[in-house]
Design a protein around this ligand. Structure first.
Ligand code: ADP
Length: 465
């Protein structure tokens, strides 16, 4: 099959959060299964040219409903890319992927260009896979193009908080006069199939509490909606080959070796050398991730005699400001390290070094950091919501068999919940090494790859075909 993704992110060349990891990991697995994959992406000025192979112009000028663009082709590893480069506007030369006042206009341009490109292309696309509000509109736009009639669309909802409210005039320009100016809503209505990134999130988004006012529309469309759990790419996230690490380690080594190598990685972090439990948090600093609870976990960890490291990026101004103040307040404390930046190599080093990773999200469609943590022998502490509830099983309270229990969970997004999970983690760390090792080993043998989920996607592509 030829599967075409259209997306705003692709790891490692254009990544802000999990969306980039998912497009990369799913595409790599589809290629491993013998399929062809093409990814249509903006030609951001931030794309690292060293990682783009055979970059060349495919179409010098293509007319779209929103202006002209140039089409480039390139390869990243074994993935084929089609890069959209606006000719008259500087939509994708902003030094960043998101966060511009005209974001909706920028991604509408991506949609218009992708449709124009697909209509002009001779390639027979078997499935067109759209991701989030940035590309959801394509499901409606393609209905207007006869050449694209036979192509079916799958829209994946990675996070329905972000919906892409847009100017109705822009939609009218694109031939969509009657639609409500909410790009995700339009995509939900027009896509042939809908997926979201975990079975629990699939249920949650059909309720008013987690539906962001889309719950009724999603209920109406539940016949075409399916929760498929995300995975992580086992090569990109592999402590045995990860070139960002100070010390690599094979996860099938004896537990003592793994712990020794993790310690070697830890000794390189800006923290006092110690045997105290090291709790980490690697996150975008937005309300969804529970910043107040992250702060609480940080303070509680210090109070209980542990060390804490926070890597917080892509955040809202107010939240970043609060953590900047906290960092100043604790500037002399060698048991705490706070880095307020987006830093891929540092993220890998922290996953390798930490004992525990805390994810106190208010909601979490799937979450990848718990999966990455387990792959690096780090035990997750997670709020039981969305994909976290589908992948992290509490050592004491889960109804899963003992060999599947891989972390600590708590139900409610409050300080008591964090304390309950964190305190138990500390007491096992100090008093029950056997249980601690079992948790690490259960995490390491957790299936976090795309192996199973890729078949669920392939079934869907075949069905919609
Ligand atoms: P989301 O997509 O909501 O941000 P996920 O858990 O699905 O959350 O994915 C987060 C991805 O982004 C992971 O690969 C994680 O390592 C990475 N990440 C999060 N914050 C940072 C940061 N500050 N620096 C580098 N990588 C980060």
């Amino acid at each position: 099959m030829l599967i075409t993704h259209v997306a705003a992110e692709l790891a490692p060349i254009a990544k802000v959060g999990g969306l980039g990891d998912v497009i990369y990991g799913l595409s790599k697995e589809l290629v491993r299964e013998g399929h062809l994959v093409n990814i249509i992406l903006p030609k951001y000025d931030t794309l690292p040219s060293a990682l783009l192979n055979n970059l060349h112009v495919e179409i010098p000028e293509l007319t779209t409903s929103l202006g002209k663009c140039k089409i480039w082709a390139a390869k990243v590893e074994n993935l084929s890319l089609t890069l959209i480069d606006p000719i008259e506007k500087n939509y994708f030369s902003r030094g960043k992927i998101y966060g511009c006042s005209d974001d909706t206009e920028r991604f509408l341009f991506l949609c218009a260009s992708a449709v124009a490109y697909l209509a002009s292309s001779k390639k027979k696309v078997d499935a067109l896979h759209l991701h989030d509000w940035h590309t959801a509109l394509i499901a409606a736009l393609k209905k207007e193009k006869k050449e694209l009639d036979s192509i079916k669309t799958v829209l994946t909802l990675h996070n329905i908080e972000y919906q892409g409210e847009c100017d109705p005039k822009l939609l009218a320009k694109m031939g969509l006069k009657k639609e409500e100016p909410n790009l995700l809503k339009i995509g939900i209505i027009y896509a042939d199939a809908l997926t979201t990134v975990s079975p629990t999130y699939e249920k949650e988004i059909q309720t008013p509490i987690a539906g962001w006012e889309l719950d009724q529309l999603l209920q109406k469309n539940r016949g075409k909606l399916k929760g498929i759990l995300n995975g992580i790419d086992p090569e990109f996230w592999n402590p045995e080959t990860d070139s960002y690490l100070f010390k690599q380690y094979a996860i099938d080594s004896p537990i003592e070796t793994i712990l020794k190598e993790k310690k070697a990685n830890r000794n390189q972090l800006p923290l006092e050398r110690s045997d105290k439990p090291l709790v980490a948090c690697i996150t975008r600093l937005v309300p969804q991730k529970g910043p107040e609870l992250i702060k609480h976990a940080l303070l509680r960890t210090l109070e209980k005699g542990g060390q804490f490291i926070l890597l917080g990026g892509a955040g809202s101004k107010e939240i970043v400001q609060k953590f900047t103040e906290l960092k100043q307040q604790f500037a002399k404390n060698k048991n705490l390290s706070i880095a307020l930046t987006q830093d891929e190599p540092l993220a890998h080093r922290i996953f390798a070094a930490a004992d525990l990773l805390i994810i106190p999200s208010l909601f979490e469609p799937c979450g990848l950091t718990q999966l990455i943590a387990m792959r690096y022998g780090t035990i997750p502490i997670a709020r039981k919501t969305g994909g976290l509830a589908d992948t992290v099983f509490d050592i004491d309270t889960s109804d899963q068999p003992l060999e599947k229990r891989n972390g600590f969970t708590f139900d409610f997004a409050d300080n008591e919940g964090v304390n309950w999970a964190l305190d138990r983690a500390f007491s096992y760390y100090k008093q029950d090494k056997n249980k601690w090792h079992t948790l690490i080993q259960n995490g390491l043998s957790h299936n976090f790859t795309w192996k199973k989920s890729v078949h669920e996607y392939l079934n869907l592509y075949q069905k919609t075909n």
